[in-house]
Design a protein around this ligand. Structure first.
Ligand code: PBG
Length: 323
């Protein structure tokens, strides 16, 4: 390797065209998935205070909202329901006429080419806010994965393009694959939230999704300080038949992302979660940072670390302003 003064790395940084041509990482709308919140029995768009710029969409206005999202150039949304019909199992989520099924149908009717990815979990539909059925003190794994299978089939029948299980139950990918295959949906892909941490960065989401969790999720989501276990989680989901793996949150876990990238040939997604979004928004509102440049840097960093796809609440801003 040549050294200075022969090597001058600044030669390739000298002009903007050259810098554009040599940029190693590019982010486009093809890479982004836009998470949206749909609330039943709501009349108007309701701002989420902890996530400036994010609104809960009233179910009755979902068609118009989806058309706008599609027109802006977004390729895919991840749907979250805000339920008024909660019970202790989250059964509304596998009711053929429940919110989850209705919102998927409405979204697909409004813009058939827009991909609808169904977040597959129970916490938005359970009265206790946990991601499954409670037996005694704990979320019961095997009962919950059966229900995840039911919910996935209902989402598939409603027209979902992809199933994204986020409950962090053991065996959930295999259970969902089995349920889908058994109901004629062997062609429907699964994007597994495979390395999902019990993160404090989900704080603003819980307000957005109207989730009244008592306690925490440490008995099913991963310890944020574990890296090796995260690889094991992802490889387990791959072995169970996941089509796409996911690391969540994104920015504090770039090491995990790059290691999963090194251990698997599957496409990889990363979720820039509500707390990551809120930190950037509030810091920009306080005048401390330049929002657009920071968004670009974080999304670029997440891709550079190995993500093919990024779930981000900034997707609409990118669609409107460019990357
Ligand atoms: C669970 C789910 C959560 C998020 C996405 N899916 C919340 C949780 O696990 O507590 C968080 C997303 C975010 O913070 O942006 N269904």
């Amino acid at each position: 390797m040549a050294l200075f003064p022969t090597a001058r790395l600044r030669r390739l940084r000298a002009n903007p065209t050259l810098r554009d041509m040599l940029r190693e990482t590019k982010v486009s709308l093809d890479d982004l998935i836009y998470p949206i919140f749909i609330e039943e029995e709501l009349d108007d768009f309701a701002p989420v205070e902890s996530m400036p710029g994010v609104h809960r969409i009233p179910e009755k206005k979902l068609g118009a909202a989806i058309k706008e999202i599609h027109r802006a150039g977004i390729k895919a949304v991840m749907t979250f329901g805000v339920s008024r019909h909660k019970d202790d199992t989250g059964s509304d989520s596998w009711n053929e006429n429940g919110l989850l099924a209705r919102m998927i149908k409405r979204a697909k009717d409004a813009a058939p080419e827009l991909l609808v990815i169904s977040d597959t979990c129970f916490c938005e539909y359970t009265s206790h806010g946990h991601c499954g059925v409670i037996h005694g003190e704990d979320v019961h794994n095997d009962h919950t994965i059966e229900n995840l299978g039911r919910q996935s089939v209902v989402a598939a029948r409603a027209g979902a393009d992809m199933i994204a299980p986020s409950a962090m139950m053991d065996g959930q990918v295999a259970a969902i694959r089995g349920a889908l295959d058994g109901s004629g949906f062997s062609g429907l892909p699964i994007m597994a939230y495979s390395s999902k941490f019990a993160s404090a960065f989900y704080g603003p989401f819980r307000a957005a999704a109207g989730c009244d969790l008592k306690g925490d999720r440490k008995a099913y989501q991963m310890d944020p300080l574990n890296g090796r276990e995260a690889i094991r989680e992802s490889l387990t989901d791959e072995a169970e038949g996941a089509d796409i793996l996911m690391v969540k949150p994104a920015l504090p876990y770039l090491d995990v992302l790059s290691q999963v990238r090194a251990h698997s040939l599957l496409p990889l997604a990363a979720y820039q979660v509500s707390g990551e979004y809120a930190m950037i928004k509030f810091a920009a509102m306080a005048g401390a940072i330049d929002e657009h440049r920071v968004v670009r840097e974080t999304l670029g960093g997440i891709k550079r670390a190995g993500a093919d796809l990024i779930l981000t609440y900034f997707a609409m801003d990118i669609a409107r302003q460019g990357f």
